[in-house]
Design a protein around this ligand. Structure first.
Ligand SMILES: [Zn+2]
Length: 147
């Protein structure tokens, strides 16, 4: 059993699986997270991560990396709510204090903006969470590697 981050080489990431540290080749963490956020495979960056808006592809069409086993669960909606909530709260507060906008415009505008932001950010957040799970090798990655 060897556990040392000093064993890591350049371009090689270390992951903890069970009690053993397994060297894993692939992109760096930030690059994998960026690729996932942009809706691409965190491994190669070429294949699509999602199809039909939020459905995870079982395997990358380009590199064959197994992706369908990653369980994002409720994290992408929570992350989206946190981001959209903070964006809207600050702007609603600012507009309320500095501008005199008719109520009906705000009643239509803010929910519409919230819906638009949610629809734009939800797949990005899901891609980010899936890439994070992929980087951490969570969600049955060990089982997929053994099969
Ligand atoms: Zn790929």
């Amino acid at each position: 059993m060897w556990r040392s981050s000093g064993l890591s080489k350049l371009g090689e990431s270390m992951t903890l699986a069970s009690e053993h540290v397994i060297p894993k080749r692939g992109p760096g963490t930030l690059l994998a997270l960026w690729r996932g956020t942009m809706g691409h495979c965190p491994n190669c960056g070429k294949g699509a991560l999602l199809r039909r808006y939020l459905k995870v592809v079982p395997n990358c069409a380009e590199c064959g990396e197994a992706l369908g086993h990653l369980p994002a669960d409720d994290m992408p909606p929570w992350l989206t709510i946190i981001i959209v909530g903070h964006l809207l709260f600050g702007n609603v507060w600012y507009v309320q204090r500095h501008y005199d906008i008719p109520v009906w415009v705000e009643m239509v505008g803010w929910p519409s903006l919230g819906l638009l932001l949610t629809l734009i950010l939800l797949p990005r957040c899901k891609g980010f969470v899936l890439a994070l799970l992929w980087v951490l090798r969570r969600g049955g990655a060990e089982k997929a590697a053994q099969a």
